[in-house]
Design a protein around this ligand. Sequence first.
Ligand code: GLN
Length: 482
Amino acid sequence: MHDRTIAELTEGLKSKEFSSVEIVQNYLDKINASDLNAFITITTEMAIKQAQVADERIAKGNANILTGIPYAHKDIFCTSGVRTSAGSKMLDNFIAPYDATVSYKFNQAGLVMLGKTNMDEFAMGSSNESSFYGATRNPWNKNKVPGGSSGGSAAAVAARLAPFATGTDTGGSIRQPSSLCGVTGLKPTYGCVSRYGMIAYASSLDQAGPITQTAKDAALVLNVMAGFDEKDSTSAQRDVEDYTQSLNNSIKGLTIGLPKEFFSEGLDNNVASEIMAAVKEFEVLGASVKEISLPNSKYAIPTYYVVAPCECSSNLSRMDGVRFGHRCDKPKDLEDLYLRSRTEGFGEEVKRRIMIGSYALSSGYYDAYYLKAQKTRHLISNDFKKAFKEVDVIMGPVSPTTAFDLGSFKDPVSMYLADIYTLSANLAGLPGMSIPAGFSHNMPVGLQMIGDYWSESKLLNIAHQFQQVTEHHSQIPLKEVV
Ligand code: GLN
């Protein structure tokens, strides 16, 4: 049962092949038997209760399409009455007093939360190794990272510990772990999904989205997640779409842009050939290919690694040991309270970024770093605007390599460099997806698709058509087959 897609599970619930309680118990057993460290908190009792309520709703005939479907929730979304740690010691004792809008919507829809997934501390990282709770392992090879920061979520879906999971993507954190774990991940347009109650990393970049087995499932979940929220001032006021509606459209005549900057030095040869094989598959489906250029994408790393730390240094200033979170023992005075609470509560990577951000925002340096980065961000967006006059979708790799060994990156900058292909979409606010496209040395390779603003339906359509003629998305790591 655990390897079924959401679409298949909803069929089984409808036909009474199994109940929600049965599905949920099945996944909980798998989670408890797993050694991937994909979960920070498992909400067993609550899940069973929610599943019972879901079964009652189904019996009474007032269920929604996803009622009774279980999911794993990234531990960055506030969940009322349940610890919300953001992977940090700072929030290890934080029980959220309210639900994030995404959590609230899932509850209303009758979805069942299995637990909260492991993540890089405050979503800063590309490997899950910065989590206070220890790294998650990649189900395809347990000596390798699952990617980050939504590594627990991607590993959980890849190992079929949950039919889907939530993720957030500030600079690639949905797409990169999805790519490294061989699952489907969608980062919507900035403003599509409410950020209310999602612990902020870099507010102008953060965006939540689904991690699933298939594009069809991603459409089903996005239907619940997306939509205007008056509690989030950057939420877009748009009509709600049904993202499943255009899945079956033909993609004949589609123009794919391949940016030459995404296929240059640093890209692993095997990854490149898997990506090109996937592009060929699209040509068979009737698409044509055009080489394009995104000349300013080479500045994405320095731009992002100024903007994101600046915003995080400001966002994390609320973690001061006074109102919530970790507080040091017996502070001498207020300054000692701040100093020791933050010193003890934050990990190394988070401290590094707070210091970079505070430095770049300080008077005298603001113009040289922050302002300059904002200007470059504009240039990066303009490259995309130009490209989308010529092509319908941009394709390329998500990550320059497949999953790397745990502990293999010794210095932070080389890890930052691996974000090269994902950061631009966040800086521009564009939607992006990672879909399973093949394997290199038994490790998954993800194809990235970047679309124009609000083209989620089109991206899902393109991905769905690809998944109708390929099998990569239905591969399961051998050891996980029970
Ligand atoms: N790897 C990037 C970083 O470390 C992106 C993380 C994210 O998208 N949350 O900041």
